[in-house]
Design a protein around this ligand. Sequence first.
Ligand SMILES: C=C(O[C@@H]1C=C(C(=O)O)C=C[C@H]1O)C(=O)O
Ligand SMILES: NC(=O)CC[C@H](N)C(=O)O
Length: 810
Amino acid sequence: MAPLLGNWDGDASPSSNSSNKDGNSLKSILYVDAYDSFSYNVVAMLEETLGVQVTVMTIDSDWPDGSMIEFLTHYEAIVLGPGPGNPNLPKDVGIMRDIWNMRDAELLPVFGICLGFQSLCLHHGVPIERLPYPLHGQVRHISTTSKDIFEGLSDVEVTLYHSLYANLDAVSRTRGLPSDDLDFLAWLPLEKGSGSVTQIPMAVAHRQKPFWGVQFHPESCKSEKEACKTLLLNWWRKALTFNKLVGRGGYAVLPETIITPHEDTKCFPEVAYEMLKWSSSTSSSSAYRSLKQGNLTAESISELFNKPGAPTVLFQSNGRYNIISVPSPGSWRFEFDVESQKLTMYQLSAGRKMVEDSLTVTQVWDALRYLMEMKKVNSGSTQVPFWGGFLGYFSYELGLACLPHPKGSTESTSSYENASRKSPTSENNPADVSLLWCERSIVIDHTTGNITVQSTCESDNLPCGWLDETLQLLQESAGTVQNNGSDDTQFLNSNLQDAQFTFPEEDTYKQQIHACQAELDAGESYELCLTSETSITLPIPTTTEGKAIFPWKLYKKLRKYNPAAFSAFADLGSAKIVSSSPECFLNWDRSSMLEMKPMKGTVRKTPDMTMEKAREILGTTKEMAENLMIADLIRHDLYGICGSGGVRVEKLLEVEDHGRVYQMITHVKGEVRSEQLRYAVRHMPQLKSSNMAVHGLTALQRCLPPGSMTGAPKERSCLHLRHIEARKRSVYSGVMGYLDLGGGGSFSVLIRTAFTRASDEDAGEQTHQTWRIGAGGAVTTLSTAEGEWQEMLTKLRTVCNVFTPSEPVA
Ligand SMILES: C=C(O[C@@H]1C=C(C(=O)O)C=C[C@H]1O)C(=O)O
Ligand SMILES: NC(=O)CC[C@H](N)C(=O)O
């Protein structure tokens, strides 16, 4: 065990949370989680609206001590959450089914949401069948009976995420009457293909038992907030009245706040101590010098300090800060491969020492947290978001390995094998994590025009040391204009003229879209982000220097062709990445704020496309639904880290200009408060730390892969996407950015990106290099195969076009 390693009990013990501010003990609700991506939104809504404390239990858990009845005596009520799949399948509802079999004397109040509602209806004789068409992310008015839990609510606007429904007509056909036990309280008019309208049940109350359910999602950010609050409070009042009547309630709060069948505990990785040793020249302060940008660009600065082919990362954050890695005697980097669980550390200076170790993914995160905590930097220029630390990326497959999977899920690494066999490039995947430890760096702030040269090595701050020398060098260079554009074009053209493109096949892609829609129809997913890969094979430049510089020149071309808020370049061992991503994944500051800005909805810029028109196109039900689902998904991701009361939506479904495309964007912020229960991290071994770097890493670990690249619910959607796409996405759909020793971090989604793996081992035999570009889009039930194919091509073009020779510069 590492000296500082403990668990959250210290700062999040229920004793500190189990009473309200008046000292009264909080009432407890059990939430049954069906591995949905909206679960923590429901938990937060319950805690924020009812002032209760919620225990989360996944559907595949065993009842503690084997006794449901005994366990439930600790709770006032149960909420059965939404989820993927079908309540007719036991594995999709798990322990939800046990609830319906309780004897009358043991009953407690239940509230089912969507899947939970369907399970309730099914158990009481109402068949659950497919809707004529799914309703995912759609905001609709429902009419209510204005009674029971809808008292005071006659017409409510709510968000729907379902493919299945309680078919009351089927009950009438077989029994002549709707289910005798159930009283239906709300309805949605649904147009059938024939133009006729049918009423779909939206809410139910049991006539004798304390069971209620709603088919819609009251926790969605587009559901009418006040009305849904009233609904919940109405239910809670009824629940408490029931408990009073039967003499239930007032029980002690259980110590558990989350119950899953998985224990996420692995011993602390020894390699973390090695990392600490390798970072010994990094001090706890970042010294700096500043100058005006003049003619200097991120590219010209990087060229001054980074030799072609040497480990280099250049990352532009939010279109404002350019962060450039600069090598130092203490530079090192590490790589991790998910499938082989191999971690390799490389020292970059004299001797090129290498260390290998075998680690689980969880241990990699533990090592990172430990190192960031131990090497905290306390001071530096307050003008820049990075003082030193790691620059690099995490792949999509690393993200998949971080997802919690249900017990017995087929989602093991072996299912990668089938997928990878079909993909010609899969053998050639870059490492899943690659991070460069940077003591020295240069940051350009494009808003102020300031450049900050900084180092965490104490000796660099001596008079005439590295900082002074570098300042002088930059000041001298700032006046000189360097323009080797025409050389670059000639060099690239000579290499690109023989490029062979392998595009996705239109028929296959369209079939995959239909395969996605079949899963949406079945209730398996609400949205699937389908992607495909284009590969470009070209001759490797014949000279060593040409080979080393090719990725860099390609990056410079891409940056001009498709300017983006998160342009980035990485040359990390065999991984070469050129990125022009417009999408922020996760940012965090040095104190407590986390933010995510997912994108969904893309319109190509053509000469007659205006912002107005783009807004109109992106204002349709289809586009809004796509974005709303991801907005709700990332609210859940952030609630899991920040806890109830800690998340707010800053922008919802807004259209922004992103160079060659218009994109719809949502902006959600969360605040990390160590005293607050945070469900997604409850069982994780953590450093007892107020260091935001540690919480940021935990947020990364818990929020990968990016929801905008998976769809919702994340876990089930990823499972289907892997089978449908039948390839590893690798760097594409991963994230790139920095981990700042001062506590902050910023990561973009690796889209609009080309990457390759250029292995040094077989360098002699290789005559060609293969670059890969992923592109795709969210498939919903409203998607058309042609529309999605065109959208994928639009995104692909933003990068693919840099692989065609350009007009020579005059
Ligand atoms: C899948 C890609 O992009 C994602 C999908 C988007 C969409 O469906 O509109 C928009 C931005 C990204 O989250 C891609 O660029 O390849
Ligand atoms: N959101 C949900 O709970 C969905 C339930 C079910 N999978 C359906 O699609 O109908």
